[in-house]
Design a protein around this ligand. Structure first.
Ligand code: ADP
Ligand code: MG
Length: 291
């Protein structure tokens, strides 16, 4: 490639809001044949809201207060949904000590000397807690493409909170453009299978991997490269950074975290997935001009 044509391509991509931070990404982008998308904040808005509160015994007020007491220390989009909901309902967050976030699992701390946990079913069950009393409410949340989060104080499961994140209005159209360019589209998410399946069906995604722990996202990228694909990874979160770095081309959502942006070759300033087919089309045109 001549430096001149690359410069023109980089400039053209910037007009479309795709900031190319690593020069060779422009040429690599034209050869991509698999795009792997993170779910939360990438396909979806990343601003989830509470859609359902189901409390056992103690009542919703206490459930939300305890959940907000944990989540006020977390920066996860799910945490923001719960903290905002508590604020809207005028429920003060409970005083929680020893806060800890567990990637892909949930959050934990201590309340009045008892362990307090909020997170997904798999994690709580792995801690020896039974969520069966609230499983019907959880199933209803999943049917609405929501994520159920279970709250346990000590050995008691107090209830479940349903959080749902709207799909960006143009995600399906951008995925359709990728298909028309002959590119396969896959989703990786830490969320559960049923929620992932609902999102994939709504957006026309070919294939997905659910319940992928953050540290394993990069492994999915490597695995697909090993199968001969030229792989793009698109993500917004700290947990996507290793996968972005492992891809042939990493695309960071510009509204995402700095760590993701630092790990990716291309930043999508407009937050829309259309930036991916834009960059690929510009790359193909640039490379064609060179020969
Ligand atoms: P994604 O890949 O969709 O961005 P994450 O890997 O960040 O998702 O999280 C995966 C799952 O871990 C969530 O769906 C949720 O069940 C649980 N989880 C992660 N962080 C939190 C949190 N702050 N509060 C509650 N649950 C959480
Ligand atoms: Mg994300």
């Amino acid at each position: 490639a001549t430096p001149m044509s690359v410069m023109v391509g980089v400039g053209k991509a910037a007009e479309y809001g795709a900031l190319i931070r690593q020069g060779d990404a422009l040429q690599t982008a034209g050869k991509l044949d698999l795009v792997i998308l993170d779910k939360t904040g990438t396909i979806t808005e990343g601003r989830p809201t509470v859609i359902r509160v189901h409390a056992e015994g103690q009542g919703e007020h206490q459930l939300i207060g305890l959940a907000a007491g944990l989540e006020q220390h977390s920066e996860h989009p799910l945490a923001e949904a719960i903290v905002s909901y508590a604020r809207e309902q005028d429920i003060p967050p409970a005083k929680v000590s020893g806060f800890e976030a567990l990637n892909g699992k949930g959050v934990r701390g201590e309340f009045e000397g008892q362990p307090l946990r909020l997170g997904n079913r798999r994690w709580l069950e792995s801690q020896g807690l039974s969520v069966s009393r609230v499983s019907q409410a959880a199933d209803e949340i999943i049917e609405q493409a929501g994520t159920p989060l279970f709250l346990a104080l000590g050995s008691q499961v107090l209830g479940v909170i349903g959080v749902a994140d709207a799909i960006k209005e143009d995600s399906a159209a951008a995925i359709e453009r990728l298909h028309r360019s002959g590119i396969k589209v896959m989703m990786v998410t830490g969320d559960i299978d049923a929620t992932a399946r609902a999102i994939a069906a709504k957006t026309g995604i070919d294939d997905y991997r659910a319940e992928v722990l953050p540290e394993d996202k990069a492994q999915v990228v490597s695995e697909m490269r090993g199968q001969g694909y030229s792989v793009a990874m698109v993500g917004d979160g700290i947990n996507d950074a290793p996968a972005l770095a492992a891809a042939d081309v990493g695309f960071a959502i510009g509204t995402g975290t700095d760590v993701a942006i630092e790990s990716a070759a291309i930043t999508l300033m407009r937050g829309s997935l259309h930036g991916v087919p834009d960059a690929i089309e510009i790359s193909r045109a640039t490379v064609k001009n060179i020969h």
